[in-house]
Design a binder for this molecule. Structure first.
Ligand SMILES: CC(C)(COP(=O)(O)OP(=O)(O)OC[C@H]1O[C@@H](n2cnc3c(N)ncnc32)[C@H](O)[C@@H]1OP(=O)(O)O)[C@@H](O)C(=O)NCCC(=O)NCCS
Length: 179
């Protein structure tokens, strides 16, 4: 069944719900302070949330995913991405990253970079499928547990064919259907 999702900019009022999701999704989660800094105090940061609009599996208006990224001149930096466990493999992660690429391209960024835990197969596959390639590793970059980071980039930054799936920009109130 198709579910209606909306991807909209996060607000400071969403912080408690985002924090709960962050703590559920990561072994070394960002703190409230870190999230708050990205939401309100960083001129480069963009923070999007995916809201479930259908009363099935999650209450209407529930945040089912979020994505934080920086647009720093010519570079798009993917900083954080998470999807509620019960809502994974429905295209929400891909939809969120598609929006950051779209906004990056609209602001003339030419390259995208990110770091991901070496063992995070789900995220690595997602990024790979979207056109990112591994360029190096950073030994013991992460804590809890200690683990290498894989550095990935997309250069030049492009929107992969099929990513848009017949939809216009969803940021700011449009909708996207996830399966
Ligand atoms: C990584 C994460 C955000 C993916 O979100 P998602 O909404 O489930 O991803 P999507 O449904 O958009 O998946 C898109 C593609 O990525 C790949 N993918 C996603 N999850 C995968 C998994 N568990 N195993 C293998 N491939 C996977 C698949 O190619 C998938 O396409 P398909 O379903 O058509 O095969 C989600 O698993 C998550 O929140 N994990 C915990 C937090 C985290 O690790 N964040 C990333 C930090 S860098």
């Amino acid at each position: 069944m198709a579910r209606e999702l909306q991807i909209v900019p996060a607000t400071a009022e969403m912080l408690p719900e985002i924090l709960r999701l962050e703590e559920a999704c990561f072994s070394a989660p960002w703190t409230r302070k870190m999230l708050e800094a990205e939401l309100t105090g960083n001129q480069f940061a963009h923070f999007l949330v995916a809201m479930d609009q259908e009363d099935a599996g999650a209450p209407v208006g529930t945040i089912v995913g979020y994505h934080c990224f920086w647009i720093v001149f010519e570079e798009l930096r993917l900083m954080n991405l998470a999807v509620r466990e019960s809502m994974r493999r429905r295209g929400i992660g891909r939809a969120l990253v598609t929006e950051s690429i779209r906004l990056g391209l609209a602001q003339a960024t030419t390259r995208a970079v990110l770091e991901v835990r070496a063992t995070n197969e789900a995220a690595r596959t997602l990024y790979q499928r979207m056109g990112f390639v591994q360029i190096s590793t950073r030994p013991k970059y992460y804590t809890n547990p200690v683990e290498d980071a894989v550095l990935m980039e997309m250069d030049p930054l492009v929107m992969q064919e099929g990513s848009l799936q017949d939809r216009e920009s969803v940021v700011g109130g449009g909708s996207v259907s996830a399966h």
